[in-house]
Design a protein. Structure first.
Length: 94
């Protein structure tokens, strides 16, 4: 097992990008990232079947929070490089 595993998995017809980060911890946790991907934090040595069972058991939470994050991304898109440069120039003048 590596420190970080990435894979795509289909749960209930929904393809999800899942990243698993292994560390010295005792419990599993779920997080939805800025990019609307599923992040699972797991103890070192946790098997894929256990992780998949954990994600499946929390699928309602995952789907609702993925939807919220995707809506946030649509309504508040990241600024383009040009917009960032304009904001930097404006900040320097202030």
């Amino acid at each position: 097992m590596t420190k970080n595993d990435r894979y795509a998995k289909i749960f209930w017809g929904e393809k999800m990008k899942i990243t698993v980060k292994y560390s010295k911890r005792k419990t599993l946790s779920l997080e939805i990232t800025r990019d609307a991907e599923v992040l699972v934090r797991a103890p070192v040595g946790t098997g894929n079947k256990r992780i998949e069972a954990f994600v499946t058991s929390h699928m309602d939470w995952v789907l609702s929070h993925l939807e919220k994050r995707k809506n946030q991304i649509k309504s508040n898109p990241e600024p383009s490089k040009d917009e960032i440069n304009e904001l930097k120039a404006l900040a320097k003048r202030v």
